[in-house]
Design a protein around this ligand. Structure first.
Ligand SMILES: [Mn+2]
Length: 275
């Protein structure tokens, strides 16, 4: 089964500049493809040889922007229908909405995010934005589980309108194993699983290149533990959003995300090939 990376650099209605992050991650995959093609010594990347593709959506004309949600959905549909593993490199978090539209209500989405994107406070726009899109999606969304949020505003009742479960940062700090166990159970009960990483889920000390940083975020080792808990061959794809390279510090975030993308690809493609 091949993997297709879709670069979908949509970053209107929040986090302008995150589109450049989507394009950089596309370059990461292109580099993996080129390096693997040129390598003559045996390496783990052999599992990726001939298995990776990159598709890139342009947002240069008014028509391309106007149809963003439809275009995104049809790109996601093509890849998922073909049975490929889908890596979705989005601009802002809203750019992942077409994937959620396409996955539909039977899927489970494990969403790593500092925020719960259902905000409707005095200072949030009533229009569709990267901070409210889960509430205004206007269609049946997958079952959503948040991991790692640091929200201090929303009431439990309001959160429960959108999320089947949440694992806030303090709960993860106190007992990450309990969260890992619960995630493993939810993922194994689901028919299809999607992993959605909004980069601000990680602590800004490790991943500073985000437009809306919040402290007390996930450390990379805890993230790996929880990713492992959510992982199985039911994972249809992985999305990354809210990476704004203009805010990066000595490529710290790019290094972290580049490693993570390669790790996820190997996790997918080495499955069943190693003892
Ligand atoms: Mn966020």
């Amino acid at each position: 089964m091949p993997s297709t990376a879709v670069v979908f650099p949509f970053d209107l209605f929040g986090s302008a500049g995150a589109g450049a992050g989507a394009r950089l991650l596309g370059d990461v995959v292109r580099e993996i493809i080129d390096d693997t093609a040129q390598e003559t010594r045996p390496s783990r990347a052999d599992a990726l040889r001939g298995k990776l593709r990159v598709k890139e959506a342009a947002f240069e004309t008014l028509e391309q922007v106007r149809d963003w949600r439809k275009r995104g959905r049809s790109l996601a549909r093509q890849v998922l229908k073909a049975g490929d593993f889908l890596l979705w490199f989005g601009g802002n978090h809203l750019s992942v909405l077409p994937v959620l539209d396409e996955l539909g209500p039977d899927a489970l989405v494990i969403q790593f995010d500092a925020h719960l994107d259902v905000y409707r406070f005095h200072d949030t726009t009533p229009e569709l934005s990267h901070g409210n899109f889960l509430r205004l999606a206007g269609g049946p969304l997958p079952k959503l589980v948040n991991v790692g949020h640091r929200d201090l505003f929303l009431t439990p009742m309001e959160i429960a309108e959108t999320f089947a479960a949440t694992f806030p940062a303090p709960a993860l700090a106190i007992n990450p194993d309990r969260a890992a166990k619960a995630l493993r159970e939810m993922a194994s009960a689901a028919g299809r699983v999607w992993i959605d990483l909004d980069c601000d889920a990680l602590d800004p000390a490790y991943l500073p290149a985000v437009p809306e940083p919040l402290p007390f975020g996930l450390s990379p080792p805890v993230f790996l533990k929880l990713l492992d808990a959510a992982w199985s061959d039911k994972v249809a794809g992985f999305s990354v959003s809210e990476f704004e390279p203009g805010r990066d510090v000595r490529d710290t975030s790019l290094n972290l995300l580049g490693w993570l993308v390669e790790y996820v690809l190997l996790k997918k493609h080495e499955a069943g090939t190693t003892p």
